[in-house]
Design a protein around this ligand. Structure first.
Ligand SMILES: [Zn+2]
Ligand SMILES: [Zn+2]
Length: 130
């Protein structure tokens, strides 16, 4: 139990105050570099648990990889993510919310959820590349 608690604390520390979306491998590597002795499978499980409980935001990249970040906003929002550096903006999509409700209601569906994320290359990464 003590070991589990320590690993959880280490994972929480690893995702605290990091502005970029990162993969489980990236987070695991950062923890190893800091001296946290933790397995990749444990990191995966821990991240999934935090994502399930809404403490962690996830986005899925075009190649199907999950990226994780702790967002400042707990309420529903969307992300604009740099696919080079992982930096992300938290964005609202009022027309998307309206569209989702209206389309679903038109088919008689209720209790609608959606996940819409935007990916691109941020201004810093474009400047660095040119
Ligand atoms: Zn970038
Ligand atoms: Zn939305």
């Amino acid at each position: 139990v003590a070991r589990m608690t320590r690993q959880r604390a280490a994972l929480n520390e690893a995702i605290e105050d990091v502005p970029e979306f990162r993969s489980a491998q990236d987070i695991h590597r950062a923890m190893l570099e800091k001296g946290d002795k933790v397995g990749l499978a444990t990191v995966y499980r821990g991240l999934q648990r935090l994502a399930d409980s809404g403490e962690l935001d996830t986005v899925r990249t075009g190649d199907g990889e999950n990226l994780y970040r702790r967002c400042e906003r707990r309420e529903h929002h969307h992300h604009l993510v740099c696919r080079v550096c992982g930096k992300a903006e938290e964005i609202d999509g009022p027309s998307v919310e309206k569209w989702a409700q209206e389309v679903a209601a038109g088919f008689g569906y209720a209790d609608i959820t959606h996940e819409i994320e935007l990916f691109g290359v941020c201004a810093d990464c474009r400047a660095a590349a040119s």
